[in-house]
Ligand binder design. Structure first.
Ligand SMILES: [Zn+2]
Length: 148
């Protein structure tokens, strides 16, 4: 900023480089509008669609976990009269998958909301068995700064 003592403070227009009034909304020389530039990026920070896309991918993986877990648990349960050992194991595996699915589901929702990066990260890591989960995890890590 270069201004003579007593004179109104000036700044150089980012568009044309000429000195304009410090609080000018529009450059009188080239018409560059500073109101848009101020309100736009400042108001909504830097938000990309990456956490949302990543979160949706992680959500899809969680649905796979939930569906798989439910299937294994129900299928295992239906074998109960046939072989209790196999049936019990399948039901436990199904339950574990369901719990995993719920945690991943929660993390995916957090990623979409750009909240709780740690939980979104854990969900992404747990979603790694699926290619969608790997992509989701990468998107979440890349957009770490957007999380609150
Ligand atoms: Zn200008």
């Amino acid at each position: 900023m270069t201004s003579a003592p007593g004179a109104a403070p000036t700044r150089n227009c980012v568009s044309c480089g000429r000195a304009i009034s410090w609080d000018a909304n529009v450059c009188p020389y080239c018409g560059h509008d500073y109101r848009m530039a101020m309100a736009g990026p400042a108001a909504q920070k830097k938000e990309s669609a990456m956490p949302v896309i990543g979160g949706i991918l992680i959500l899809l993986v969680s649905l796979g976990y939930l569906a798989g877990g439910a299937f294994v648990a129900v299928a295992g349960g239906s074998f109960f009269w046939f072989d209790m050992g196999v049936s019990g194991l399948a039901v436990v595996c199904g339950m574990v998958l369901l719990v995993l699915g719920l945690i991943v589901l929660l993390g995916g929702i957090f990623a979409i909301q750009r909240k709780h990066f740690g939980l979104a990260l854990v969900a992404g890591i747990m979603a790694i068995p699926s290619l969608l989960g790997i992509i989701g995890l990468i998107l979440v890590i890349v957009s770490k700064d957007e999380f609150r």
